[in-house]
Structure formats: C-alpha cells, structure tokens
Ligand binder design. Structure first.
Ligand code: GLC
Length: 582
C-alpha cells in the first residue's frame, strides 16, 4: 500500500482508555495461530486426494512466509473418519491416511525449526465407536466398569423402547442409539451428542480422567506446545439427564444466540438463556484445572484453548480463569454481523470479560465448522452455525461483496490485542463452496438431516496452491476428496504471491505490521467522532478505522500502512478498513 499523509482532518479525541492489556508475555497471549485441516491442506503422499502430514511439512514454508506464529492441527489420529477425524479410535497414533508417528515427529521438528509453535486437537467429549474402550463396553454387560466409561442408560417407556430423554444430536436426529444384545434382544441406550459413531465418554468416571491425563502427557512428551480442546463445554452432563428443548434460534453447539453482548444489546434482551443440561455445566472446570496442572509439569509455555460455544462472554471467561485453560475461542466475535455498533460492542465486551480474568481475548472469523467469512459476511439471511449453505439456502452471498467485507473484517481483527486464529484458505480469500454436488457431500450433518442441512463441507474443500496444476497443486494424483470448483485458479497461492492488492499479500502485510507494532500485546483506545458504522480505535502507534457502512468517511492524518482495498482519495470507502501510523 502506498503511503499517504492526510491533511486538514484532525484525529478524533480519545474517548475511553480501558486497560485491556492481558497480563503476561507468554507467546499464546498475542500469537496468530493458523488452523490446518489436514485432509484439505496438501496431499504430500500424492495418492488419494486426501491431505496428509507429509504434505503439511512440505508446504510449511508458505506459513512462515505468511507470517503466522503457530499452527493448530485438526485431528490426524487413527479414525474411521465418520466425522472427518473428530471420531478418534486411538488418541496416541496417526491414521495411515495421514501418515505415521514418525511423520508427525518430522512435522513437529520442522515447525520448531521454522520458529512455529504447534498445537494439536484433543477430542475428549467422545471417542469413535471403533475405539477399543467402546468395543470392550459393547461386549460387557450393563453395569460393568467397561460400560461405565461411556454414557449408557436403560430406556424409558414400558419396555425401554424409548430413549432415556429427549436430547437431540448436534448433527440432527436423536442423541441416543440403542444397542442390540448378542442374543438379538434390544439392549441399553448410549448417548452421542454428535454422530452415533461418536459415543460420549463418562467424565464422572475417574478412569476416563486418568486416561486423558496420559494422552496429554503422550503428546506433551513428544513436544507439542498445546492443545485445542474440542467441545470443551460438553464433558459433564447435568445429574439425572433431564429433558431439554433448545430455543429455536439457538446455535446447535450451544450459545444463546445473543452474540455474547450485554443483555440489552443481545437478541434475547432481558432474558437469561437457560443452560442446556449437556453444555457448560460447572463440573467441567475441575477437569481443566487438573489439565492445567499437567501442563505446568512441562517446560515452556504450553497452552490449552477451549472450543466452548458459551455465551455470554462473561460466562465464557470462566473457562480461562488463571488455573484453567489459557484461551477460549471467541465465537461471539465470529457470529457478530458486519456492523459498527455490534462490532464495537463485542470487542468491548470481549476485552472486558477476558481482561477481567487476566486472559487474552481471542479473535476468529472462520474455521472448519462455519461458513467461510468471505461468503458469510455477504449473506442476506442468517444461516445457523454448522448448518452450512448450499444452492437452496436463503440469502445467497454475492462473491465480490463477501470478499471485500472479509478483507475489511480481517484488517480490523488482526489489529486487536490478543491472539487471532486464521483458518487455512482465508488468506487466499476463498469463498464457501456452495454448489458441491450432493453425492460428494460427506458431513454427517447432511446424512443425519436427510439433506435438509448442508453441513460444513463447503468450507473444507482442498486448497488451491498452483493455478495450472491438476487439483490446483493440492497433490500429485490430481484427485481431491471434495471437488474443487472449476473457477478457483485466481485464488491459487501462486497467482497471488507478490501481486499487490491480492488477499494473500494483504494478509502478509497485516501480519508483518502487527508483529512490528506488537499489536497483539497492545491496548485499545476507542476513538469517537465517526459515524455509527465506523469502528475506530488506536492500538499503540496504529490507528485503525473500519468502515462497515456504505458512505465514505474522512480519515485522520497519518501514513496509511495497510488498507483492505486500494483507494486514491482521502475518504475511506464503505466496507474498507485501514491502519494508519499515528
Ligand atoms: C467440534 C469440531 C467439529 C466436530 C465436533 C464433534 O465442534 O470442531 O468439527 O464435528 O466437535 O467432535
């Protein structure tokens, strides 16, 4: 971006100076963490159209060039892949489709050599039904210690023919399945908050707790820098497993739908959302205190990051109290619409809530479970988290508008103090793939709802690396486990590398300036005097102005160091964000 000194317009006076800086200087407080979804990053073994660990190791220099600090690897463990690896059959081994433990060691060594931290995914709420623990439970009688490792229960009704309660699976349909005994008679029911192939573990059982301490140590001994903890709000279920009917507008993973803001701003003004008996139970916290103490046994700053769809933010902050996890994904931020007042409110609420417990806020706009933000921000109707979008979805996004807003939203996000997560492909501006052929879809959500919900395949399509290679350079076989759109060549990394104005170069500039100005460890100071649609603040030496509206806005004086779009007046156009050196 060419620099430009603006004259005649004075910077608005600071309105509020809130001490938002989190205490401490551990790497994870300010890190930009890049999520790799191994199936879709790079097919290094080049045989099957599925990404793998060798592919990640080979392509890792691209992440150094991008400028991120750490990698989070989604699951690569032994798994029948019923939920793309979030159904783990062996927590301490690598699935052959992804490689071997030696490939993992090589990947980790390469990351550390390149100065990148490495976080792996831990999936404690449920295992695969193919896990040896569940297989042992199946051949053991009701009431046995093997069954007590999972959530088995007798049915209700006259003959146990009805499930123990009315809970629904996140992927659709009932959350209980019934076993058939060896003699052909109907047996007990087991709980699966997700797919039937993902039975929930019984976290009241000390045996389960002990096994997971061992799993943590297995990976910590190998040298990982931490864990992203899957469904970290689900491990403990309310005593008596009471019936529960979620609000129609609630997220499938929990959360009130109120964006985590203060009650008067949220959609559920004045009401306290009830806590589902399977999410956010108090009992989860002692588990995370225990894990915190396991991580403390190790050298270096190891991190636990919670995937907890919990609102409001003041409640989520309980996951990151000083002796629990270190970070929690800020899904309230992810779910916030592109509008000045709601963006300001969620940023303020996040910083207040997390600073209140001495933790950094995190920021995230995309991941492997949600509609990519380059499409989501242009949707004209709300599409619930996890349901995905497809050709029949309401509010079809306009591609150019979505990308423009995504670039502006990322420019705002990467200026915020705390830790930011970037999902593979967003640095290329990838849109959600809306028109995947139905017979290519693989998300269990699609099958469990008989095609009513599209699910998450549209954000998981393998990455384009080279415009002119088969499968856009994803792998030598030219195959791709989900079909890549025919018009993706312009998104390929090699088409964007070194090209001024490309999304890749925008991300590189943002990450370089963020590091140079140490924005991740900064503080923000709100600036006033702008229209409501504008989010304006100062973080150290950088003034950030994000225009979520349509009307252009006069900029304060100073050198523009990064802009989400090129413009040649001194007015900031709509759906554009800038960083100005003050
Ligand atoms: C988490 C994962 C998601 C998975 C679910 C069940 O939400 O991010 O991909 O399907 O947990 O493990």
């Amino acid at each position: 971006m060419n620099s430009d000194t603006l004259q005649g317009i004075s910077a608005p006076a600071p309105a509020s100076v809130v001490p938002f800086r989190s205490s401490g200087s551990e790497w994870w407080r300010s890190a930009v963490i890049y999520q790799i979804y191994p199936r879709s990053f790079a097919d290094g073994m080049g045989d099957d159209g599925l990404g793998d660990l060798i592919g990640i190791t080979e392509r890792m220099p691209a992440l150094v060039e991008l400028g991120v600090d750490a990698i989070w690897l989604s699951p690569f463990y032994t798994s029948p892949q019923k939920d793309a690896g979030y159904d783990v059959a062996d927590y301490c081994d690598v699935d052959p489709i992804f490689g071997t433990l030696a490939d993992f060691d090589a990947l980790q060594a390469r990351a550390h050599e390149l100065g990148l931290k490495l976080i792996v995914d831990l999936v404690p709420n449920h295992s695969s039904d193919q896990h040896a623990w569940f297989q042992a439970a199946l051949v053991s009688p009701a009431g046995s210690p093997e069954r007590d490792r999972y959530m088995f229960s007798e049915g209700t009704g006259t003959d146990g023919e009805l499930p123990p309660n009315n809970w629904e699976s996140v992927f659709g349909g009932p959350a209980w399945s019934r076993l058939t005994n060896a003699d052909g008679t109907a047996g007990q029911w087991y709980l699966h908050l997700f797919d039937p192939s993902q039975p929930d573990l019984n976290w009241q059982n000390p045996w389960v707790r002990e096994k997971f301490r061992d799993i943590l140590r297995f990976w910590l001994d190998r040298g990982v820098d931490g864990f992203r903890v899957d469904v970290a709000h689900g491990l403990i279920k309310a005593a008596g497993l009471p019936d529960y009917t979620p609000p129609a507008d609630g997220g499938s993973m929990g959360g009130s739908g109120s964006l985590g803001l203060e009650p008067e701003i949220g959609a559920h003004a004045g009401t306290e959302p009830s806590t589902p008996p399977y999410w956010a139970q108090d009992g989860v916290h002692e588990i995370y205190r225990d894990w915190h103490s396991v991580l403390e046994e190790y050298e270096g700053d190891r991190v636990l990051c919670a995937e907890a769809w919990v609102e409001p933010l003041t409640t989520l902050a309980r996951w990151v109290r000083p002796d629990e996890m270190h970070q929690a994904f800020n899904f309230s931020y992810l779910e916030t619409p592109w509008s000045g007042p709601t963006m300001r409110a969620v940023i303020n609420s996040s910083l207040t809530a997390f600073t209140g417990v001495g933790a950094p806020s995190t920021w995230v706009l995309s991941n492997h479970d949600v509609v990519r933000h380059a499409s989501r921000l242009a949707l004209t109707a709300e599409n619930p988290q996890g349901h995905g979008i497809g050709p029949r979805s309401p509010g079809q996004p306009e591609r150019a508008l979505g990308l423009r807003r995504a670039r502006a939203a990322t420019t705002l996000m990467l200026a915020l103090p705390g830790s930011a997560y970037v999902y593979q492909g967003e640095e290329l501006g990838l849109p959600e793939v809306i028109d995947l052929p139905d017979d290519a879809r693989q998300d269990p959500t699609w099958f469990r709802t008989n095609g009513e919900r599209y699910g998450r395949d549209g954000c998981r399509v393998p990455l384009p690396w080279e415009a002119d290679s088969p499968s856009y350079g994803f792998g030598d076989s030219g195959k791709s486990w989900l079909p890549q759109p025919a018009d993706w060549a312009p998104y390929a990394r090699d088409c964007q590398r070194g090209v001024v104005g490309s999304t890749l170069e925008l991300y590189r500039a943002l990450l370089a300036e963020r590091a140079a100005a140490d924005l991740g460890l900064g503080d923000i100071e709100w600036l006033t005097g702008y229209p409501d649609a504008v989010v304006a603040f100062r973080n150290g030496s950088v003034t950030v102005i994000a225009n979520t509206g349509a009307a252009a806005v006069a900029l304060p004086a100073g050198e523009i160091i990064v802009a989400s779009e090129a413009f040649d007046t001194r007015l900031l156009p709509g759906d554009t964000s800038v960083w100005i050196r003050s």
